[in-house]
Ligand binder design. Sequence first.
Ligand SMILES: [Zn+2]
Length: 472
Amino acid sequence: MTLSDAPLDAHDQEQALLRAVEDRFPTTIARLAGLVRIPSVSWDAFDRVHVRRSAERTAELLRETGVFDSVDIDGVETADGYAGQPAVIATRAAEPGQPTVLLYAHHDVQPQGSADDWRTPPFEPTLRDGRLYGRGASDDKAGVMTHIAAVEALSAATSGRPKIGISVFIEGEEENGSRSFADFLEKHMAALGADAIIVADSDNPSTTVPGLTVSLRGNVTMKVTVRTLGHASHSGMLGGAVPDAMLATVRLLDSLWDEHGAVAVSGLGSRADGPSGGDEADVRRDAELLEGVATIGTGTVHDRLWNQPAITITGIDAPSVDEASNTLLPAVSVRLSARIAPGDDAARAFEAIERHLREHAPFGAHIEITQPDLGQPFLVDTAGPAVGLMKTAMEDGWGAQPTETGIGGSIPFIAALAEVYPEAEILVTGVEDPATMAHSPNESQDLGVLRRAISAEALFLHRFARPDADIR
Ligand SMILES: [Zn+2]
């Protein structure tokens, strides 16, 4: 055996791994920029050809790592006829006795929104003050590149022969509700089975402190239609004697919150022992709360955002102001969108909201509830060995202690993953920071965060291998 063939010891391997992250980082940024140029919006009204192109480019990058046994693109059709957007799936078998990790991210993006609000065009990646700007530059194409770059670094440190099994699932419709996710999982159940699952699609508390997301709220949405009259009537003839649907709707909706703006629906749970704290000034700044406008809810900021339910009316069907005539409306519909607390159950929460609406129907108004959409909340079991391994890898990759965080938003497929793979530990990491502006104009990725996130994930992958008995 010549010296150059001699296997590196674990410490040298980690040094080689971190060097590989460093050396390849300019390439990683260039590849991320290339992905951002593809406007892979997964919403129904957008051309699917771009999502297909971004799947193909992602598959190409995964193949170029040289470590996967197979890399494929697939989309599945659901029972109700929805054609799933193309996802990328790659697998490498584990050596005997070694564990397998599943790496998840998504390559589709949100629409750009109003073009005027962007300082630079959304699909022309632009580097400014250490951040890469563009739609998807962070959410979640930086997540995609984190996985690819971490696998490349692992490969460099192990002479192209990592011991662990690695599966990759890069979804193509996360921003469109992951509608074929369950069917996709069912079809690829065997390929995606793993001991640990890294979901790189979340947030960090700052650009220097890594976050491990351990709680996510669920969501419950529905269409609520309120009816009081068989037909529209002249408000001068009957106004004041019969309730129009708008009056009933306004009073019904008002009953959903107490005087502080906290949710007043009994039967919706809160999490008592969740992460607390948070700074109200951050909320004011992030929301650009207008002068003199108060925040709502009770408890600490993190309590309100992570541990308690929230209800928002996100749409209303009624005549527009310009088209309004002096008419009593017979029916009004609204979209009700609720975030539910970790530990609560989406079906139970839906029932609680439905019961509340029926019990509070003013003047005996008729309430119709349709189009329910439920997503389960999720709590990570933080006692497992992979969680401990990830925290140490984050500390070493970032040079800072990680914080356990919650998020106010929902990633319903995480609960679905946990249901299909109950044995797997789920690690929700991410590349976002408070300035990322995911889903908004001027979304950007902090490049320091990206480098640290790749280092942390590469270290985790390396340490995830079980030490083998027969070292030659
Ligand atoms: Zn995302």
